[in-house]
Design a protein around this ligand. Sequence first.
Ligand code: PLP
Length: 393
Amino acid sequence: MDRPTIYLDHAATTAVDPRVVDAMLPYFTAYYGNPSSVHHKGRESQKAMEEARRAVAEMLNCDPREIVFTSCGTESDNLAIRGVALAARHRKVVERPHIITSPIEHHAVSHTCEQLAKLFDCEVTVLPVDEYGLVNPTDLEQAIRPNTVLVSIMYANNEVGTIQTIAELAGVARARRIPFHTDAVQAGGSLDLNVYRLGVDLLSLSAHKFYGPKGVGLLYRRQGVPLLPLQTGGSHEGNRRAGTENVPYIVGLTKALELAQTGQAEENVRLVGLRDRLIAGVLERIPHARLTGHPTQRLSNSASFVFEYVEGEGILLLLDHEGICGSSGSACTSAEIEPSHVLTAMGVPVEVAHGSLRLTLGRENTDADVDRVLEVLPPIIQRLRDMSPLYPG
Ligand code: PLP
């Protein structure tokens, strides 16, 4: 690639901050003990891990014992949902555990719910969303049944950036004493994670979305919420997740979260400025284009669109040729391209959903990056449309 990279796919993953790497390094070579060992090498690692747990708990405003370190956001979602549903089955609190979720969840949540319905005799209700991807609290209220054991609704959407009214939704569940889980994987770098203010009982995070390493996440689980461990073995993580803890990565997650929270308000203002200029510029320059997701109640770094008469994959390839990394909601399967389940749930017609583009900004992006996208994207869309037999011209 001879052009400089403009990385606009921060919702997929981020580069690890060098300060995070520095914090992690000693735990690979100098402090390598197993935190379960009783000798001093073990105690060093144990101390680092418990300090990390305390620091994370302080940032989330919870008790350190309520933090379970995991291997990723997907694992945290699985542990929360399957863990609560199977605990309810095991304890026979209801005959058929009922879960309420939304149609715009990441597959880590939706496929877990689908498997529980198919193989574990659970019932699942998928609430509708409006054109912006928002869940209506009244719909949640009405979907609750006597056998509801869990509500799982994401904090912020990975494809369109819409931020749910989580505190309000969690309040509905709380009033009926039903545990509320939120997938906060996309919210970790920019939104309030105070679990007390949010009123949630379970919350998933993943470090690689906020300049931490891939392969480490956490689940906040309010004390007293019954949870069946999915991984059995040793008594790690308070018997909720067996397996020797990944101390360097736990230290890295904690450092990354600290950095994300420092100066977060200023960075959000800067990103919103870039985001809104990008959105306005794209909509101004490209006909038959529209913004997807909520116009204002959206992640500070997220700009997402649909363009009629084009395929998202084509846009991505031509953008990549210009050194620009973006993403599309469509997922290529073996024979055909599946439209995004998020967009179709929001009422975007299937043929339009195929032309989706997501550009997600990050710390290193500048005004010049936005200018470059505004320069190259309109001719790319035009070129693709000129090749489409459907384009009216
Ligand atoms: N949930 C959401 C909303 C995500 O965006 C992602 C990753 O894209 C995940 C869960 C999965 O996280 P991980 O990649 O850490 O497994």
